[in-house]
Design a protein around this ligand. Sequence first.
Ligand SMILES: CC(C)(COP(=O)(O)OP(=O)(O)OC[C@H]1O[C@@H](n2cnc3c(N)ncnc32)[C@H](O)[C@@H]1OP(=O)(O)O)[C@@H](O)C(=O)NCCC(=O)NCCS
Length: 212
Amino acid sequence: MSLPLNGRQHAANSTESEVPLEPNGLECRHSCPPAAHGAVMILRMATPADVALLRHWDRQPHISAAKGDDDWAWEVELNKSPGWMEQLIADVEGRSIGFLQIIDPAREDSHYWGDVPPDLRAIDLWIGEPADVGKGYGTEMMRLALARCFADPAVTAVLVDPLAGNTRAHRFYKRLGFRFVEHRRFGRDDCFVYRLNRAEYISLTCGNRCSC
Ligand SMILES: CC(C)(COP(=O)(O)OP(=O)(O)OC[C@H]1O[C@@H](n2cnc3c(N)ncnc32)[C@H](O)[C@@H]1OP(=O)(O)O)[C@@H](O)C(=O)NCCC(=O)NCCS
């Protein structure tokens, strides 16, 4: 889980899921989880109006367990606009259900990821309310996020860094096609790094009307 970062990207495009979350009975060879019936997810830019919600989510035990007690200083971060980061909220039929951050780790100004090559992306995400966990929303958020990352033809791979003890997140990322790279310490955090290369992403995108 990346450290708090500074700012957000200028572009205010939202990405709408092109398919219902519900697999609609079509078989998926990736065993995508069942999701909310007929719901359509949109990723939109987070704004200062989301601060209270993000602070409420920060207090949820499943989120603080995954990202620690670092103060992400939302009031500051959501008012900045660097070109190397997008901070996004997932809305499902008008209800905000999760947060997702995409950064370019080579350009990110704290150099959290150290000396990394260009043309990578790194993702952090969480589902806000405990009641919304395990319903397929995270999978759909990642499907939209990965499509967004790899839409740039220069992007070669996407990285994630769950805490070493967050075994459910490890399983989640592996099911999405990420492969374990290394056990690595980021500041105070003991993390596992996983990576999804473009070629693997393309081979795993099934094209069915499912959540993968
Ligand atoms: C990880 C997370 C984003 C996955 O989103 P989700 O909507 O719960 O995931 P889905 O419903 O699409 O898929 C369920 C899978 O997510 C994983 N998962 C991770 N944390 C989970 C949790 N607390 N409860 C249930 N499933 C969880 C499991 O692999 C599960 O698959 P399983 O049924 O085989 O165990 C979400 O659970 C979450 O916000 N967890 C807390 C924050 C976090 O760990 N973020 C990632 C750290 S980098």
